[in-house]
Design a protein around this ligand. Sequence first.
Ligand code: NAD
Length: 488
Amino acid sequence: MQTKLFIGGDFVDAADGATFDTIDPHDGSVLAHVAEARREDVDRAVAAARKAFPHWSRMPAADRGRLLLKLADAIEADAENLALLETRDTGHPLRDTLGLDVPRTAATFRYFGGMADKFQGTVVPVEAGFLDYVVPEPLGVIGQIVPWNFPVMFVGWKLGPALAAGNCVVMKPSEVTPLTALRIAELAAEVGFPPGVINMVPGYGQTAGQRIVEHPDITKLSFTGSSNVGKQIAMRAADTLKQVHLELGGKGANIVFADAQLEAAVNGTAFGIFHNQGQACIAASRLIVHESLKDEFLDRLVTLADSIRLGDPKDRTTEMGPLTSKLHWDRVISYLDVAAQEGGTVLAGGKAPSDPALADGYYIRPTIVETSPDARAAREEVFGPFMVVHTFKTDEEALEIANSVDYGLGGGLWTSDLARAHKTARELRAGMVWVNSYKRVNPGSPFGGVGISGYGREMGFEAMREYTEPKATWINVDAELPPFYPRG
Ligand code: NAD
């Protein structure tokens, strides 16, 4: 297991020898001591990335793409190991890391590997006699800061397009879950990425993160994390006029209309909120169900939630693992008190499991609370297996509740009526909408939000645009230019 910083193609200790512990959330044991990057280490990483940039950015795009494709193959070949590492570091059940997260990471690298030599410029039809061509140029050194909830996938989402476009990267994985990012750096070195193109500097936000935000040689910052930190970062990045891309929190609305297919909606709703213990920015954390359907829908949903198998995430039959850190567990648990004080009714969960085998881990039962749309628990991101329920009478009311929060990331709806589906999707204030499904992602489909969920997009052509700057070059081929200041 690699636990050092990855700078300039080598695994190295932190300059001052600092380390931090990463914890197994299943039992609270120390999993590894990891080198902790601080200011000086970030500076070294940025210098290595700058040095690598001229060669990497001028390399034929197809060659960059080939390396990304090789990395995708290496990730697939290492899938069992990567998935287990991710499971131990995050608490995601192995069935998810092996079945979803690692394959998606490989697929993302493969998608952007294929994109590298297909993302092209344009020629603009300007005045006669001129050729105006526009080339998407890489930006330089990109700083990327990521959270702990899907660490392996975020390496693919962030590195894939940035590297395909010809940039070099300094990435700070979360201090809570740094291990799979370091393993991917190791695989990248093995498949032949030149030194300095990828640099990994695990460390804390206030030190390593802050230095990335402030560093004058970083051209663009791509940040995924909470809305509060995102705001601070945007303000601080203004000092160096860095470009900023923000992927922030969410409070996803999930509307179930009276004409929904019940079984599919119940299953999709449970997946939407409880997958990855609800630690997903696009989690379906607000169920908005038609009043005529409420009793039957909730009966089925509560039965399903109560039957979800909590357990050791390394066990392949486990359906829900622990939350990823004790700090976060405390935060999620605190919302149970908030909901109770606000008069919410707990319909399912609302407590830690009673199984003594799970007593040292950061577990919480799938929780469903009926409460008012004005309640704090219904407006603030809890980021756990915690769903609030509201009911509605008319389509307008459903939309009003759905759009009443400040977040605008993902949202879903369940209906058999095609016109209602399109109309509601159009009116939902969100960057992504799923109809009769929830939480679909694909490397080709833009991912991002509106409102306090941030701005900019991951994935697809949009991500390539995020990581390039269009440069227009005007060539006077045979234009006759009369003098602007005629004399004599
Ligand atoms: P966080 O904002 O606390 O931390 C995210 C990252 O930022 C970490 O690497 C952290 O070390 C770093 N950081 C913290 N303070 C910093 C500072 N002052 N300067 C620079 N870096 C700093 O978020 P978290 O608790 O790690 O993750 C959960 C949050 O992430 C949730 O709000 C969730 O919705 C959001 N998220 C959003 C998306 C998306 O794509 N929109 C995806 C996943 C998670």
